[in-house]
Design a protein around this ligand. Structure first.
Ligand code: NDP
Length: 365
């Protein structure tokens, strides 16, 4: 049995709010902030929890492209259901601190906790079964913010690490060139850095602004960058990687990916991580490729299998340990774009979809 501190019997602050899903954008439309509403709700109290439950105060909420698929009536995937109109929005993951515990709860007041899919409602205080939460410790070497649980040692980092290890198949015996699209975002910035650690000799990032290009080179150690909004991707790839591309980390799909695949070498590998360029459409996932791209993939024997991090649940703990170690050793760097207050949550989501984030998009309620 866990004892709670004396402050644990005080009522929690009454400033609780929750983000509600109020409108589908339509399968071929970009999401807008009026798809969401933010409404005041009561903070839970000790009488609301059973013996093995606790009350969590959210510190940071993760903002993820997969939420766009949940705004459609059908997500197209079996592991994620659609958001229901009028219901609270839940995110892919969050990090928080335990504020109140039931008498048989395995957690203690003050514990830092995380949890993923379907669990983390976009609210400040919520009741949760303790068995759905994972207690986490921040890397001890420096004064890390709890946000690194999401920006490095969470879904994005795990996706990047396991994607590189399982699907990129880096051949350390010879020079390897990787191209990363969506490179300045959360998964992409980590995938590029991890590819370098794991043996790639040249890392090229594709992203949507000159500022992002600068960050990729100066802070994340990418060799070169392409701003797909102002530069011709095919021409730039020919110039930057005349040796051809061995590995393509694909976060975006669409014409950018067609251009990259056209520049790939025989026996190349595409890590099919995501296809954000088509998330505002009604195309199935993964969307069909143009005929000429399919032909290249076949003729050059390029591997391109669907990659889903959740297929590797057993390897998550090891991945988190590796990411934490690299973070402490300064071998990988993370950037975060943080929006303050739950009222800013709709903008955070819409802005992430429009490329306003560098690194991980987070909300601090
Ligand atoms: P990011 O942090 O990368 O944010 C999304 C970025 O996508 C934006 O910043 C924007 O950057 C870019 N973008 C948006 N629209 C377009 C477009 N039309 N064309 C090109 N780029 C666009 O998000 P995440 O790191 O969280 O996710 C990256 C990808 O990884 C997504 O596709 C996501 O679905 C996928 N994913 C897959 C997982 C798996 O298990 N396979 C797990 C987690 C994520 P810019 O300024 O460069 O346009």
């Amino acid at each position: 049995m866990t004892s709670s501190s004396s402050s644990a019997h005080q009522p929690l602050p009454a400033d609780n709010k929750v983000v509600i899903f109020v409108k589908r954008p339509g399968e071929n439309n970009a999401p807008t902030i009026d798809c969401f509403d933010v409404v005041p709700i009561d903070s839970p109290s000790e009488k609301d929890i059973t013996s093995d439950q606790c009350i969590v105060r959210t510190l940071f909420l993760s903002v993820d492209p997969a939420q766009r698929c949940r705004m459609n009536p059908s997500t197209g995937v079996d592991y994620l259901g659609p958001y229901e109109i009028g219901e609270p929005v839940d995110g892919m993951e969050g990090v928080g601190v335990v504020e109140r515990v039931g008498s048989a709860c395995t957690l203690e007041v003050g514990d830092l906790v995380t949890g993923c899919i379907r669990l983390w409602t976009w609210t400040k205080y919520f009741v949760c079964d303790s068995s759905d939460l994972v207690k986490v410790n921040l890397p001890s070497s420096r004064n890390f913010s709890p946000s690194v649980i999401l920006s490095c040692a969470g879904l994005s980092g795990i996706t990047a690490l396991l994607g590189i290890r399982k699907k990129a198949l880096i051949d350390r015996s010879r020079p390897q060139t990787i191209v990363v699209s969506g490179a300045a975002g959360s998964c992409g910035s980590l995938a590029g850095q991890i590819a370098r650690i794991e043996g790639c000799s040249k890392v090229i990032g594709i992203c949507g602004s000159d500022d992002k290009c600068t960050v990729l080179k100066r802070e994340f150690g990418f060799n070169d960058t392409i701003n797909y909004k102002t530069e011709n991707v095919s021409e730039r790839l020919g110039h930057l990687a005349p040796e051809g591309i061995d590995i393509y980390w694909d976060n975006v799909g669409g014409v950018i990916s067609d251009d990259v695949i056209r520049a790939m070498n025989n026996e190349g590998r595409v890590v099919l991580c995501g296809q954000i360029a088509v998330y505002n459409t009604d195309l199935p996932y993964p969307p069909p490729l143009p005929e000429h791209t399919t032909k290249i993939i076949k003729e050059r024997n390029i591997q391109r299998e669907r990659y889903l991090v959740l297929m590797y649940k057993d390897e998550i703990d090891e991945a988190v340990a590796q990411l934490s170690e690299w973070l402490q050793q300064d071998k990988i760097k993370v950037k975060e774009t943080i929006y303050d207050g739950l009222n800013a949550a709709p903008s955070a989501f819409v802005d992430m979809m429009n490329g306003k984030n560098i690194g991980k998009m987070l909300i601090r309620p």
